[in-house]
Design a protein around this ligand. Structure first.
Ligand SMILES: C[S@@+](CC[C@H](N)C(=O)[O-])C[C@H]1O[C@@H](n2cnc3c(N)ncnc32)[C@H](O)[C@@H]1O
Length: 393
């Protein structure tokens, strides 16, 4: 099958991924392996995950094998330990992690960023091509203070090593942190009922980083970190619906149920742009109409999508029924009934199962949540549409 996506430059959006042909609903558009993976500090310190493959250590058939050189680093078996020694947890990384453990006063966020820098500079030693690709990603400049503090740590951590690679400089540290800020994908296992979905590691990808954001995305990403076999940290991107040749394919950089104000703030602060997508255009107009009309009788400058009573300012599929007659509002309301996971508090996106799986299992019309794994049949979807008074003719 010909490649589904090509890279293009789009004015005001930078590099983008565009459909090379008509794409089918549920089609896998991209499977990308990370340039590098690094652990979220709290997850790493919990000792619950393999420090190489990031799978849960308590999965059946896994044994906890500690790193002989640094305390608190554990692998899920001899084969992961072997792979880690020549890859993600070689002697350099081991020294870096040991230095981080001795470093007092770093917040959780700094400890995670320090782990990123250890992994990124290690890449400069062992895979120059991947390191160059990392630096080719889009960047969002970080606070000078943070860059300086983390750079001092890296120099100290790597300074005890043989030769310093020429790449270690304040400028490169700043550049790496800038790339991390707008390209790191959180790796998470599917959420379980009543449990918060937590990032256990972050991964940086060369191709998947080319997806721009849209608040009404036409694709979403899945990851299967606890799966057996190779490629468990790969990201898999699937089409939500048919996409025409030449159309841009976008992801949402956060759960699709976020309120207008939260989305704009996040996109501006972390990604450096104000979103002007079709949904934001409509919701920016609601702002004027709804100002001063929220439950507490005061405006917080944020919008609730078509809803008069959405407590946290998020959209729920229940809210979709409360939109007015405006055509755009209606289109967006259908989007949420169809693509927002119906499981309470989930916030995931429902994507059709890949066409092959649908045909093989007779699951025509079934959709799967990218956060909790919930599968909804076509029948259930039509029941939901009826409940919201949106029966399609
Ligand atoms: C993960 S990168 C996506 C690829 C990026 N366009 C590039 O050239 O590398 C994220 C960056 O892309 C840009 N971007 C993403 N979505 C956008 C949008 N909807 N409008 C404008 N710029 C966007 C922003 O500069 C953002 O920081």
């Amino acid at each position: 099958m010909a490649m589904a996506l090509r890279q293009e430059e789009i004015a005001g959006r930078g590099r983008a991924l565009v459909a090379t042909r008509g794409l089918r609903a549920g089609e896998v558009l991209l499977r990308d392996s990370p340039l590098l993976v690094y652990e979220e500090a709290e997850a790493a310190e919990s000792g619950a995950f393999c420090s190489h493959c990031e799978r849960l250590l308590s999965l059946p058939g896994r044994e906890a094998v500690p790193c002989s050189a640094c305390e608190g680093v554990t692998f899920c078996g001899e084969s992961c330990l072997e792979s880690a020694r020549s890859g993600s947890h070689n002697a350099r990384v081991c020294k870096g992690i040991t230095a981080l453990k001795k470093r007092k006063g770093f917040s959780l966020e700094r400890r995670t960023l320090a782990r990123f820098l250890i992994a990124a500079y290690d890449l400069a030693f062992r895979d120059t091509k991947a390191f160059v690709k990392l630096l080719e990603l889009e960047g969002q400049e970080q606070e000078e203070e943070v860059v300086k503090e983390l750079h001092e740590f890296v120099v100290e951590a790597f300074g005890e090593l043989e030769a310093l690679p020429s790449e270690i400089s304040l400028e490169t540290t700043g550049g790496l942190l800038a790339r991390d800020a707008c390209n790191a994908f959180g790796l998470m296992a599917p959420s379980k009922a009543g449990e918060e979905r937590k990032v256990r590691a972050y991964a940086m990808f060369a191709q998947a980083s080319m997806f721009n954001h849209d608040c009404l995305p036409n694709a979403c990403r899945f990851e299967y970190v606890d799966r057996d076999g190779e490629g468990n940290t790969d990201v898999i991107v699937r089409a939500l619906h048919e996409i025409e040749e030449g159309s841009e394919v976008c992801l949402s950089y956060f759960p699709i149920d976020w309120a207008y104000g939260d989305r704009q703030t996040r996109l501006h602060e972390e990604y450096g742009f104000w979103c002007k997508c079709a949904r934001c255009k409509v919701e920016s107009e609601w702002k004027d109409e709804d100002e001063g009309e929220d439950d507490e009788g005061e405006s917080d400058g944020e919008l609730e999508v078509g809803a008069s009573d959405v407590g946290a300012g998020k959209v729920t599929s229940e809210d979709a029924g409360s939109v007015d007659d405006d055509e755009d509002d209606f289109g967006h309301a259908i989007f949420f009934v169809k693509y927002l996971c119906p499981v309470e508090e989930c916030g995931g996106t429902m994507a059709p199962l890949p066409p092959g799986e649908l045909d093989a299992q007779g699951l025509e019309g079934s959709m799967e949540c990218n956060y909790c794994g919930h599968v909804r049949s076509d029948e259930e979807f039509h029941r939901d549409l009826e409940e919201h008074g949106m029966v399609d003719d």
